[in-house]
Design a protein around this ligand. Structure first.
Ligand code: FAD
Length: 638
């Protein structure tokens, strides 16, 4: 029998980013014991990297803003494929979640009259992003950690034990979820430092593991984003939706090669930075698509006036939603008007005084100075698209964040639906707060109502341990595979064949490659022992990356249209017949014990509630919906 440390909790939250921490706070506030597990150091989650801000219609910068405007912007950004109930809850609740963070101690930047300052971002009608310079995510995490410490101090007063209700398990990776009769019974993993196994017996698990970017070669994401939560959910029997929609942020660094993909915040454009090609032309004016015609400035003069007077002018097309800007940059580079290192120019130097740039964008200033030896107060940056965010994720109930597996909840980037086919910048941090809280609440309510707790079976624990240890014990047929080589091949294929622009024949080649890698992973071999062994860690993560990559590729092949973060060269238009269709991925057993087969099914989207439908003009909806779907709109002639 494998040696395993065993612990018991009411709720296990996997992930200590914004979504995870907010879930922890909520479940603990409801009186439950919570384990929070993260594979990085506590406080090093991806959320820390969020620069631009957190979108919430507080109306501080423009009093015309309200939840309905935010809802409309979010639906437009997602090209009306969003789970509208999630988009509604998000728009309604985001301001309260931001104000609540202040009560935890968050120090947002202020307006001259002392309110929380809000900045412009792509796709948002009004300045809406609450921010702390360009280090907003860091403040979010710092504040929630501080709140957790204060809750632990309360617990100490009551029980004499700081960790009586919240305990942090850092540098600990969960490799498998365990179930009994289809209900969650626990989570199995290992300590990264010692390699020793750990088992959490718990009736409720909240997945808050973030995204999948490490399956792509050029990405703004860090090493943690290996799609673990997505794959854990699939293997436990839950479903994923919208996996074909991957956001390529338009502005990643392109030079030097060692930093290619690192994010250049949209805040640069929000604060006045403009995109230019080698002809010094502000090319975004050429790329306003029909669905946004009339909403964006059509001259440089109007676009520039908009920064100071948003009532009388339309916004700059530099701030179109990310999918539009990324495709525009791609086209400029393809047309030979790209910068020396294969991107375009992002110029803030000629737009703001040096001191103002250093004040508003301190991280960007240092990032370029230190990594590329570029002074952004004097020269333009070179930027290009980078894999940034996955809109697809675990299918959840909007109100409770529960998945189809009883006891399994999900929030944050690993959940799906909220952002439809494309996320607006700033809408992730608010998503984490709104749905992190709801997931914590959902898990707490579920546990409160349980009559009996599912049990962990020893055979499941042994199977999870054997799967984790397999790379130390290859089949012995003389063929050994290196996890680093497999990872490089996977990233290259996803980048080249299922990247920003896709076509059937290339996606099919990617699927062939994925099939080959799924066979080869059975022979992945690592040297040494279980004590801090990065090769082993990667080998364990690889099966997750292969599963989620297969979901992305299969869904991308099935959706024969272009929408948001899914651009098909062979099906360039948006097709109204596809708008109300969701692609749902599930794991079907198959004959590969390491990486199960993936099935994709088409499911109809629930029609938009009447009062929400009426928030839009018929003429706008007509660009996305079929005529039959709009007969109930008051403006419809039918
Ligand atoms: P994360 O913050 O990534 O946390 C994931 C957690 O899960 C980590 O603790 C990780 O260790 C843990 N984990 C993962 N797998 C396992 C496992 N198997 N076992 C145990 N633990 C595991 N969004 C905005 O709204 N505004 C912005 O300004 C913004 N800027 C961004 C800038 C950058 C550079 C990047 C990359 C993203 C940005 N985003 C922004 C997006 C946003 O930051 C993320 O979508 C969001 O932080 C995800 O939060 P999360 O809580 O879902 O996951």
């Amino acid at each position: 029998m494998t040696e395993v440390e065993r612990l018991s909790y009411d709720v296990v939250v996997i992930g200590a980013g914004g979504a995870g921490l907010r879930a922890v706070i909520e479940a603990r506030e409801r009186g439950f014991s919570v384990a929070v597990v993260c594979k990085s150091l506590f406080g090093k989650a991806h959320t820390v990297m969020a620069e631009g801000g957190c979108a919430a219609s507080m109306g501080n910068a423009n009093s015309n803003d309200n939840w309905q405007v935010h809802f409309r912007d979010t639906m437009r950004g997602g090209k009306f494929l969003n789970n509208w109930r999630m988009a509604e809850l998000h728009a309604r609740e985001a301001p309260d979640r931001v104000w609540e963070l202040e009560t935890y101690g968050a120090l947002f930047d202020r307006t001259a009259d002392g309110r929380i300052s809000q900045r412009n971002f792509g796709g948002h009608t009004y300045p809406r992003l609450a921010h702390v310079g360009d280090r907003t995510g860091l403040e979010l995490i710092r504040t929630m950690q501080q709140k957790i410490v204060s809750l632990q101090q309360e617990d100490f007063k009551e029980t004499g034990d700081y960790e009586a209700r919240i305990k942090v398990f850092a540098e600990c990776t969960i490799t498998e979820l365990l179930t009994e009769d289809g209900r969650i019974s626990g989570a199995f993993g290992y300590w990264r430092e010692s390699g020793r196994f750990i088992l959490f017996e718990a009736p409720a698990v909240v997945l808050a593991t973030g995204g999948i970017g490490k399956s792509f070669k050029v990405t703004s994401n860090s090493w943690e984003y290996t799609g673990d939560g997505h794959a854990l959910a699939l293997r436990a029997g839950a479903t994923l939706i919208n996996m074909e929609f991957v956001q390529f942020h338009p502005t990643g660094m392109v030079w030097p090669p060692s930093v290619k993909g690192i994010l250049v915040t949209e805040g640069v454009r929000g604060d006045g930075g403009v995109l230019k090609n080698t002809e010094d032309k502000r090319f975004m004016f050429e790329y306003v698509p029909d669905v946004f015609k009339g909403q964006y400035a059509d001259s440089e003069e109007e676009a520039d006036r908009w920064y100071t007077d948003q009532e009388k002018n339309r916004r700059t097309p530099d701030l179109l939603p990310r999918d539009e800007v990324a495709r525009a940059i791609n086209s400029e580079v393809k047309a030979g008007r790209g910068s020396p290192h294969g991107g375009v120019f992002l110029d803030i130097a000629s737009r703001l005084p040096a001191e103002e740039i250093r004040k508003r964008l301190p991280s960007m200033y240092h990032q370029f100075k230190e990594l590329a030896d570029v002074d952004i107060t004097k020269e333009p940056m070179e930027v290009g698209p980078t894999c940034h965010y996955v809109m697809g994720g675990i299918e959840v109930d909007p109100d409770t964040a529960s998945s189809s597996v009883p006891g399994l909840f999900a929030a944050g980037e690993c959940s799906g639906g909220m952002h439809g086919s494309n996320r607006l910048g700033g809408n992730s941090l608010s998503d984490l707060l709104v749905f992190g809280r709801r997931a914590g609440l959902g898990a707490a309510s579920y546990v409160a109502e349980l009559k009996d707790r599912p049990k962990v079976s020893q055979s499941d624990v042994d199977a999870a341990a054997a799967m984790a240890l397999a790379p130390f014990d290859p089949p012995g047929d003389g063929v050994e595979e290196n996890p680093y080589s497999l990872h490089t091949e996977l990233q290259q294929s996803m980048n080249d064949l299922v990247g920003i622009i896709r076509k059937a024949e290339e996606i099919e080649r990617a699927l062939e490659k994925l099939g080959e890698l799924r066979e080869r992973i059975k022979r992945v071999t690592v040297e040494g022992h279980r004590q801090f062994n990065p090769g082993w860690h990667l080998a364990v993560d690889l099966r997750n990356m292969l599963m989620v990559s297969e979901c992305v590729a299969r869904a991308a092949l099935t959706r024969t249209e272009s929408r948001g973060g899914h651009t098909r060269d062979d099906h360039p238009g948006m097709d109204a017949q596809w708008r109300n269709k969701l692609l749902v991925c599930s794991a079907t057993a198959g004959d590969n014990p390491v990486v199960p087969d993936i099935g994709v099914e088409v499911k109809a989207q629930t029609p938009l509630r009447q009062d929400l439908l009426e928030l839009f003009e018929l003429s706008e909806l007509g660009k996305y919906y079929t005529d039959e779907e709009l007969t109930s709109h008051p403006g419809s002639p039918a």
